[in-house]
Design a protein around this ligand. Structure first.
Ligand code: NAD
Length: 498
């Protein structure tokens, strides 16, 4: 019998019968491992109602009690991190070490949320006018929606959920329908940690569930992560419905290699950042910009390393790169290989030649390398989101910078160089939200915030860290004057001596 994955509403699994379901695959074998229920109007209403009912009690729960639950959740997550990583691998396909890395970054966000009492402190100005004090409060918004993509099914929900609930909000999480089990595992662990029913609900489904949250009058804010066209749609629809929205979109991340760079370091970085998680990372490097004259040598060093990459089932500890998430996604990525050749790029390594023993039904595509890629080609303009690395050549630092800044995406970028002045100039001039200097995937730690520029983010708040707390609270400023009975009920000095 096929496993069933259903909604988690008001502290329990939803017991109804879904009108629509989706298939969840094991990407390494191609088998259907489960069916996931898709929400319709009834379940959207149930989840939002549960979150709305839980809000008054949760917002009045003391900071000490909220934080205690967060610490307990963190302990449970650490104790069971291998289980969560195994769930991620079984539905996403990424190798276990990548999944473990994802869970570790998720834990760091939970640890940040444990600092809520410190982070939620407001300001206080005594005697702003004679006898008048002014202070600010950071209050929760109410019910917030979190909509996450397939590529980090544990980490992206945990970019938002801990901070949102630590701030006193209640949440409806809509994870990707491609790998939905991690969200249920997280919700059950929160319940075990003592989180009251209804504070975190998981609603599974597709566009119907997303649209339901975007237009529901009770939902006050939406945190979205996914592809750029959907991020734009979510931002426009959610803000038109009066909600606060942060919508993080897709990427085309460039790694610039200057002539003085350590080319072995750069080649190692290109391979790990290009092919880790089969390139299904919004911070994956997808374009190497080789500044003359390093192109030929760099391509040859990358090619040597690619030949050693072991592609296989993510559960096998010897595998370094797993399959793509679905057959349809694999076909879409593979279609770019023909498109690149037709457009005139040089296909240096063709991933379609990669086979995996024992994984005949899996969604495999090996590491692929294109050289002499030009800006007009679809392999350059489109986010491929697979193990396809493009090398573009630039004559100078200025030409490389111009190429990066002309790109409509601005999520992450890296520069490889031994020249401190050049790297300082790059971090100042590049129009990208996250910059690595000799670091290929510059994902900010949990106490900074994560977000791109241009078409990689719609809205003005980045995810997690200080901006996350800011997003999940609204500020109230109180101006207060107390009459002092010991002085005959007359306020000292105000309004007489203002
Ligand atoms: P996606 O945009 O297809 O899906 C994201 C979410 O939106 C899912 O929950 C999905 O169910 C929902 N959705 C899909 N189509 C929809 C529609 N038509 N209307 C309403 N909702 C819809 O993205 P994905 O394929 O799951 O994830 C990969 C994408 O996410 C890549 O573009 C990647 O760059 C991006 N991403 C960005 C970041 C970032 O921080 N900027 C992080 C991770 C992933």
């Amino acid at each position: 019998m096929t496993n069933r994955i259903s909604h988690w509403i008001d502290g329990k699994n939803w017991a109804g019968v879904a009108e629509r379901t989706g298939e969840v695959f094991d990407p390494a074998t191609g088998e259907v491992r489960a069916l996931v229920d898709f929400a319709g109007d009834g379940q959207i209403a149930e989840a939002v109602d549960a979150a709305a009912a839980a809000f008054p009690g949760w917002r009045d729960t003391s900071l000490a009690a909220r934080t205690k639950i967060m610490f307990t959740f963190r302990e449970l997550l650490v104790a069971r991190k291998d289980e969560l990583a195994a769930i991620v691998t079984s539905e996403h396909g990424k190798v276990l070490s990548d999944a473990a890395g994802e869970v570790q970054r998720a834990i760091e966000n939970v640890e940040y949320a444990c600092g809520a009492p410190q982070l939620l402190k407001g300001g206080y100005s005594e005697n702003a006018s004679r006898g008048v004090d002014v202070y600010s409060l950071a209050q929760p918004l109410g019910v917030v929606g979190v909509i996450s993509p397939f590529n980090f099914p544990a980490m992206v929900p945990l970019w938002f959920v801990p901070n949102a609930i630590a701030c006193g909000n209640t949440v409806v999480l809509k994870p990707s329908e491609k790998d939905p089990s991690a969200a249920n595992f997280i919700a059950e662990l929160f319940a075990e940690a003592g989180l009251p029913s209804g504070v975190l609900n998981v609603l599974h489904g597709d566009k119907v569930a997303v649209d339901g949250l975007l237009t529901h009058p009770v939902v006050k804010a939406i945190s979205f992560v996914g592809s750029t066209p959907i991020a734009r749609y979510v931002y426009e629809t959610g803000t038109a419905a009066g909600k606060r929205v942060q919508a993080l979109g897709g990427a085309k991340n460039h790694m610039v290699v200057l002539p003085d760079a350590d080319l072995d370091l750069a080649a190692d970085a290109a391979v790990s950042a290009g092919f880790g998680s089969a390139g299904e990372r919004c911070m994956a490097v997808s374009v190497i910009v080789a500044v003359d004259p390093v192109g030929d040598e760099l391509v040859s060093k990358i090619t040597e390393r690619m030949a050693k990459l072991r592609v296989g089932d993510g559960r096998d500890p010897d595998s370094e790169m797993g399959p793509l998430v679905t057959a349809a996604h694999r076909e879409r990525v593979a279609s770019y290989l023909d498109a690149g050749v037709e457009a005139g790029a040089r296909l240096v390594v063709d991933g379609r030649d990669t086979g995996v023993d024992g994984g005949e039904g899996g969604f495999w595509l090996g590491p692929t390398l294109f050289d002499h890629v030009e800006p007009g080609m679809s392999i350059y303009t489109d986010e491929i989101f697979g193990p396809v690395l493009c090398v573009a050549r630039a004559h100078s630092y200025d030409a490389a910078l111009e190429l990066v800044n002309a790109n409509p995406y601005g999520n992450g970028t890296a520069i490889f160089t031994n020249d401190g002045g050049a790297s300082r100039r790059y971090q100042n001039e590049v129009e990208v939200g996250m910059v690595g200097v000799n670091v290929p995937i510059p994902v900010p730690v949990a106490y900074y915030s994560f977000g791109g520029w241009k078409n990689s983010l719609f809205g003005d708040s980045h995810a997690y860290g200080p901006e996350g707390f800011h997003f999940f609270t609204r500020t109230k400023v109180v101006t207060s004057r107390w009459l002092d009975p010991s002085h005959g009920g007359v306020n000292l000095g105000f309004p007489r001596n203002v």
